[in-house]
Design a binder for this molecule. Structure first.
Ligand code: SF4
Length: 454
């Protein structure tokens, strides 16, 4: 049942009152749990562990994904914490793409990866759609020569609406992109401008129109709840517009303000600790309202962040495979990957990244070899983000009984109404899903708790 507009308005007004002692303000820091153990534990000393895995024979029971990171954008969003470049010309971009191919070539010769065909491919950024049609065709042809896509179930591609033309979308479809993800974030031009987005709503509508007629298997829209100047009325309007556009999938993030964002720098200069965005209870209310509205329109909530029109046909192979322990060959500046349980991250700047490749090595900056218990916890916490997971899956794969191992945590979360265990299934309640990233820290090993996510 959808919450009434008036009720939500009252709630937001109440929570916006500075005297409200219960309001959890949005302070600086990362909220989203993307991996485990936390990135702050990955170190340069462990890079050799990746070399050791790569010399081992290829596994026969582990799926492989391929990720390529495109760190270019038209403009830097004020909430962006990624390393992005807004000033590179076509020649410099070509040099970067050549470096990426050199990296893939190096991996393709390693015994652990030679001959393996990716189950899924992902282009992330940055803005992959910043590349021209010829750059995209050349890049993907060379990638396919090294890691063929003939058995690939999904090719996902992130796009900024203002960089898309019908011709480019056609090229993406012909290259083999199956999941087009549009970073729309909001449909209001004032909010887009205030938050530093490069595109405006007319470009979002145009891109959605082209994408629909070109017949991609799956079109996803990204929205962010709680951007600067967001209001209840506008948020609800955005959700209703998204429903009218009939995407296959909608991903909703709750706005966080990590350290290296423009917003944080401005907060620091002004001596503020609270970010100028909605507080956490308000953002949770907004996402809850959106989930209810999407459900009324026939969508299904398929994770803490996504709703899908048809859960039978709309899969997200990248997410589901990674959360079940697939290997990820990740190339490009600052990208994250893992082989055989060893996490790694590449050099975060183009300079050191390309020079490592020119020297004949891999551009890995830091790594972390996990033990089986950390792999179990990683999969367990990531799968909880789906809202449901099977206990026997972990017993079979890791010989661990989560209900016993985490009996204290699960009892407490059950009493708080966030999670319940029934037979073989752990179910995360709606209230739990809305703040799942905060709850997941309770399952971390003691020495990994409260680590800053950088
Ligand atoms: S489009 Fe994405 S990667 Fe680029 S600046 Fe904005 S948030 Fe960052």
């Amino acid at each position: 049942m959808a919450q009434s507009t008036e009720g939500l308005k009252n709630r937001v007004e109440k929570l916006s009152t500075p005297l409200d002692p219960e309001a959890e303000q949005t302070e600086v820091g990362n909220y989203f749990v993307a991996n485990y153990p936390p990135f702050s534990f990955w170190t340069p000393e462990h890079v050799r562990a990746i070399d050791d895995v790569l010399e081992q024979p290829a596994p026969t029971d582990t799926n492989l994904g391929v990720y390529f990171h495109i760190p270019f954008c038209r403009k830097r969003c004020h909430f962006c914490y990624f390393r992005v470049y807004t000033d590179k010309n076509a020649g410099e971009i070509n040099e970067y793409l050549d470096a990426g191919i050199r990296e893939f070539e190096r991996y393709a010769k390693k015994p652990y990866l030679a001959g393996r065909k990716p189950q899924f491919v992902y282009f992330g950024g940055g803005t992959p759609s910043y590349l021209s049609v010829s750059q995209l065709q050349d890049l993907t042809n060379r990638m396919k020569d090294l890691f063929p896509w003939d058995e690939t179930e999904e090719v996902a591609f992130e796009a900024e609406p203002g960089t898309l033309t019908e011709k480019k979308l056609e090229a993406l479809r012909d290259i083999g992109v199956t999941r087009l993800s549009l970073g729309i974030e909001n449909f209001d031009d004032h909010i887009l401008e205030l938050n530093g987005r490069a595109h405006r709503s007319r470009e979002a509508y145009r891109a959605l129109g082209f994408a629909k007629t070109l017949g991609f298997d799956q079109v996803n829209i990204d929205l962010i709840a709680g951007m600067m100047d967001e209001t209840v009325e506008n948020w609800q309007k955005c959700v209703d517009i998204a429903i009218e556009q009939e995407p296959d999938c909608v991903t909703i993030y709750q706005m966080e303000i990590p350290y290296n964002t423009t917003i944080f720098k401005e907060m620091k200069e002004a001596g503020k600790i609270t970010a100028p965005v909605a507080d956490w209870p308000t953002k949770r209310e907004w996402v809850d309202w959106a989930f209810n509205r999407f459900e009324e329109a026939g969508y299904t909530v398929s994770s803490a962040y996504t709703v899908v029109k048809n859960p039978e046909t709309t899969k997200f192979v990248y997410r589901d495979s990674l959360w079940e322990g697939a290997d990820l060959l990740s190339a490009g500046v600052a990208s994250f990957g893992h082989f055989g349980g060893v996490h790694y991250q590449n050099q975060a700047d183009v300079g050191p990244y390309t020079s490592e490749l020119e020297k004949g090595g891999l551009p890995i900056f830091r790594a972390y070899p996990t033990d089986p218990d950390e792999r179990f916890i990683r999969e367990f916490v990531l799968q909880l983000k789906l809202g449901k997971t099977s206990l026997s899956y972990f017993e079979k794969k890791y010989g661990v009984k989560p209900a016993e191992r985490f009996s204290a945590q699960l009892k407490q979360l059950n009493e708080q109404g966030y999670m319940s265990v029934d037979g073989d299934t752990i179910t995360v309640s709606r209230e739990g899903l809305l703040q799942v990233d905060r709850l997941l820290h309770g399952f971390f090993l003691d020495h990994h708790r409260d680590a800053r996510y950088t």
